[in-house]
Design a protein around this ligand. Sequence first.
Ligand code: SF4
Length: 221
Amino acid sequence: MDRPFSPSAEAIFEILVPLWPDSGSALSYRSCFELLVAVILSAQCTDEQVNKVTPLLFAAYPDPASLSSASRSDVEAIVRTTGFFRVKTGNIMATAAMLIDQYDGRVPDTIEELTKLPGVGRKTANLVVSVCYGKPGIVVDTHVLRTAGRLGLAPTSDPAKSERMIGASLPESMWTAFSYELNRHGKHVCRARKPLCASCPVASLCPSADDLMTGSAHHAS
Ligand code: SF4
């Protein structure tokens, strides 16, 4: 690679890698199809809550064919506790139907194709290509957006821009692991409220550390 990447992004990567080695999705799934459905359901909902409903959902509808032909009210009843359940039911059933119609029941492996599926945005598409297909993917969720912003790597509130800026700061081979590191770091250390700057291992590289440690809300999201 001869592109100039961000020295601070690479330094942050090196520090965080050993601290958060458990990269991967916290969602429970047994196939790319199940992962795709689980991620659609996780919008505005915790992974833990999604994991409570998917065992029943996938026992009843284990593949695109069964889900696309399910009774809508039965599916709604199962996913109700994930919030926005009518919209989510519509999205997962329509996605299942599209997988049957256009991909022979398989989950596509490109971001371009995935983002054409109902309810699938770039976050979901990046997660599926990286977890299911081992391709580089930057999964920008709320934790990654906030943490990358505070670290000065992607000072933006736009997830698509954040994805591009993080991508430009590191080689592709580091993208997937780095977005998981930022997720874990954001969840546990660089928290939305009361980030643990005083004990943060990357504080010396963080332009927001001083402000947040002195109680300024300037950089908080
Ligand atoms: S120093 Fe504070 S703001 Fe910066 S990454 Fe660490 S916890 Fe987040």
